[in-house]
Design a protein around this ligand. Structure first.
Ligand SMILES: O=P(O)(O)OC[C@@H](O)[C@H]1O[C@@H](OP(=O)(O)O)[C@@H](O)[C@@H](O)[C@@H]1O
Ligand SMILES: [Mg+2]
Ligand SMILES: [Zn+2]
Length: 177
């Protein structure tokens, strides 16, 4: 199966150093909804793996997070596509969980859900932790320049990291090649 895993903040929607704390603050990046819909209509399953330490920090609750994801699903559905499994890590940096990126726990959860190998599976992110999570399970790290991506570009990236301007460019690459 054609499975693509996306980070959320900075890839699908604008990110903020103040966290995305409400549905109103959750604003899709230009072209991202269309890209997900086009991928979906082209036979790709698009899943999401997102750190949401704002839950542990008390900035927003699970119901608010679910409302953001309902909004994502509705917008993609309006374009004729659908979003696959969305997995999030609600924990804080000091909680010692197995799901918070750069740990690959969420990627493993998604791969197990769809019964597919993680090897060479594309994981698209804007932060170094996203890329490191991919590398940890032999997936393909893919960096976008949106969100924190430009800043991440200045860091030492995992060997073999692919770099694209944005999610729309990734969709064009996967659909037309
Ligand atoms: O990019 P994804 O994984 O979808 O989500 C990132 C968010 O959970 C937040 O992650 C935080 O990092 P800390 O969790 O505080 O280290 C900060 O980078 C925030 O700016 C950001 O909104
Ligand atoms: Mg991100
Ligand atoms: Zn976690």
């Amino acid at each position: 199966m054609k499975l693509l895993i996306l980070d959320r903040d900075g890839v699908i929607n604008y990110d903020s150093d103040a966290y995305i704390k409400s549905v109103e603050e959750w604003i899709p990046l230009p072209g991202s909804i269309e890209a997900i819909a086009q991928l979906s209509k082209a036979g790709w399953t698009v899943a999401v793996a997102t750190n949401q330490s704002g839950i542990a920090r008390g900035y927003y609750d699970i119901a608010t997070l679910d409302a953001m994801h309902a909004r994502l699903r509705a917008l993609v559905a309006e374009q004729g596509g659908e979003v696959g499994l969305i997995v999030y890590c609600p924990h804080g940096p000091d909680d010692g969980c197995d799901c918070r990126k750069p740990k690959p726990g969420m990627l493993k959860t998604i791969a197990e859900h769809y019964n597919v190998s993680l090897s060479n599976l594309w994981f698209v992110g804007d932060s170094l932790g996203d890329l490191e999570a991919a590398k940890a399970v032999d997936s393909q790290p893919v960096l976008v320049k949106t969100g924190k991506g430009e800043k991440t570009l200045g860091k030492t990236l995992p060997v073999g990291t692919l770099i694209f301007d944005d999610l729309a460019a990734i969709a064009a690459e996967l659909i037309h090649n």
